[in-house]
Design a protein. Structure first.
Length: 483
């Protein structure tokens, strides 16, 4: 939408609100209507409802240090509950058409980086600490300071790297890519399918799902990801009913005994705030929290500004209305996600779909949050989605996050090399933390050898030192005699 169109959407004079709800949300004042807000709320829900399927799959497919897995039904309930509550709070408190739910990328950090080092309770405790830390950063004004310390290209590289990591997880979870057993005596670590070729009906469902998803995205169909998940789930159920398929993975696509059920809140409050410090080294815990904060930190800032700009809500100085409250609610959402064991919740860029349908105020969030609340009672229906039907969404999200690579100046080696290492190391080491650390350390080193050490912010120096200790933790522990 052009700036002239956005301005044209605003009334020339502030009309009186037709009722108290209109006045509270400034619906008429922002040139909107109840119909547009409702339509926008519906659009936002249908473009991000895939998280109700993907979050339980990502978290549910991982095991903690003790081999425990989280229950898929309980994860679906927790995911829907946090999305419903925090989206409504954002609407009422921040008055922006900005929905929140468990963050993709953030849940991957929790599932594949943090959980293997400790129990699920301890891992979710770190998520709570991350959210509380973000709230402190907002209140003290340090959030903006940290944001300015990290070069923009590195922020973009982090998003790109996470995108590739998520896409890789999608390919692996679907069985399109598999690890070659050590007994194969080969230096190639992965291969196509389970034997070097694609075989079986489940793989066909995944491949068709990828093609459908990218076709819908190319045509800019609203709700493309959700449409693909639903369509491929139906196809998988049909195939499962007529073909002899022994293994689908974690979830078999069969119609449940009942569609509506009482929500299972078994995971709510299942977290240990400081238990992680007894499971691994303090420096590792600090770096894990830092990784969560960093990922949540910049995704939120970009999303808030981007959605507000698209809605024409930025003021003359380009500032977001109620920014302090918006960022505080976002930080509280991260803590709430950890407390509910659904991983850190954050603002969703898919909210732009609602803006495109006319949403301009937080009233649309009441619609989106209400639909997430309704989903609490539909968990049996939401837990029949097989990995092969949901994994194409991970590939699609990876692509969407990858698009930020165009903003990096690849001719400027002092930023291009750290950006490349950030992007490459994440999927290659199956670790978001390693990618961020490699990029930070490389940036500081290159700036130093070029005689530009003074250009590096002291916060970058500090975090790079932490990452050096993180990478060298084993020899350091041996030197110190720590077991």
């Amino acid at each position: 939408m052009s700036e002239s169109q956005k301005v044209a959407d605003r009334p020339s004079a502030t009309p009186p609100g037709v009722n108290s709800v209109d006045r509270f949300f400034k619906i008429s004042d922002r040139g909107s209507t109840f119909a547009r807000e409702i339509r926008g709320g519906l659009a936002t829900f249908f473009t991000m409802a895939y998280i109700l399927v993907l979050n339980p799959i990502i978290l549910g497919s991982a095991k903690d240090k003790f081999g425990h897995q989280l229950d898929a039904v309980q994860l679906t309930t927790a995911t829907a509950l946090v999305a419903a509550v925090m989206t409504i709070i954002m609407g009422v408190g921040g008055n922006l058409p900005l929905a929140l739910a468990a963050g993709l990328g953030l849940n991957a950090v929790v599932a594949f980086q943090i959980a293997p080092l400790m129990s699920w309770d301890d891992a979710m405790g770190l998520v709570v600490l991350e959210g509380l830390l973000i709230c402190v950063l907002v209140v003290t004004g340090l959030r903006e300071a940290v944001m300015h310390a990290i070069p923009q290209p590195l922020k973009q590289a982090i998003s790109v790297g996470i995108g590739l990591f998520i896409a890789f997880i999608g390919f692996v979870d679907a069985g399109f890519v598999s690890r070659i057993p050590d007994a194969a005596n080969t230096t190639v670590p992965v291969q196509l399918g389970g034997t070097g070729t694609l075989t079986g009906w489940p793989i066909l469902v995944f491949c068709l799902g990828v093609l459908l998803t990218i076709a819908l995205l190319a045509r800019k169909v609203k709700g493309a990801i959700l449409i693909s998940i639903v369509t491929m789930t139906v196809l998988a159920m049909i195939i499962n009913s007529i073909a002899d398929i022994k293994v689908w993975g974690l979830t078999t696509p069969a119609w449940p005994d009942k569609v509506v059920d009482t929500p299972d809140f078994g995971l709510i409050g299942d977290f240990s705030l400081f238990g992680a410090f007894g499971q691994t080294t303090a420096i590792t815990v600090v770096l894990l929290i830092f990784t969560l904060v960093l990922s949540d930190f910049f995704d939120t800032m970009g999303t808030v500004v981007g959605v507000s700009a698209e809605a024409g809500l930025l003021d003359e100085q380009g500032k977001v209305p109620n920014l302090g409250r918006v960022l505080l609610i976002d930080g509280a959402a991260a803590a709430a996600g950890g407390a509910a064991s659904s991983s850190s919740a954050t603002s969703y860029i898919e909210s732009a779909a609602g803006v495109g349908e006319g949403a301009r105020t937080g009233f649309s969030n009441l619609v989106t949050g209400g639909l997430f609340g309704l989903a609490l009672f539909l968990t049996p229906l939401l837990t029949i989605v097989p990995l092969q039907a949901a994994a194409p969404a991970l590939v699609a999200v990876g692509f969407l996050m990858m698009t930020q690579v165009k903003h990096i100046d690849w001719d400027k080696y002092e930023i291009a090399i750290p950006a490349f290492l950030t992007i490459a190391v994440m999927p290659f080491t199956y670790s978001i933390t390693n990618g961020i650390g490699a990029g930070f350390v490389a940036y500081v080193v290159i700036k130093t050898v070029l005689g530009k050490a003074k250009e590096v912010h002291w916060l970058m120096w500090g975090t790079s030192v932490l990452f050096l200790v993180y990478f060298a933790i084993n020899p350091i522990e041996q030197i110190l005699g720590v077991k």
